[in-house]
Write a new protein. Structure first.
Length: 78
C-alpha cells in the first residue's frame, strides 16, 4: 500500500524531528528593552560643532547649553 503525500506523517521523519527540535530549543530574539523617557530629564551627550556656532551660543554667558537645546527643539518643530 502506497502513501499519498498528504498523509498524516511527514515524508521525511528525520527532517521533521530536526525542525521540531530547532523550534523547541531556539530562544526567540529579544529586543533590547527601551528605557522609558521621562519628561524634562536631560541626557549628557558629546556634540561636535563649529567654533563660530559655539561662540554664538556662549556669548551671553551662562545658559548657553539651554539656548542650544531650545534652538534644536525649534528646528525639530517642538
Amino acid at each position: 500500500m502506497s502513501r499519498s503525500s498528504g498523509g498524516r506523517r511527514p515524508s521525511d521523519p528525520l527532517k521533521a524531528a530536526e525542525a521540531a527540535f530547532r523550534t523547541a530549543t531556539t530562544k526567540p530574539i529579544e529586543e533590547p528593552q527601551k528605557t522609558p523617557s521621562l519628561p524634562g530629564v536631560k541626557e549628557t551627550v558629546t556634540l561636535r560643532t563649529s567654533q563660530d556656532v559655539l561662540e554664538f551660543f556662549q556669548k551671553d554667558s551662562p545658559g548657553w547649553q539651554n539656548r542650544i537645546n531650545s534652538a534644536l527643539r525649534k528646528a525639530n518643530g517642538k
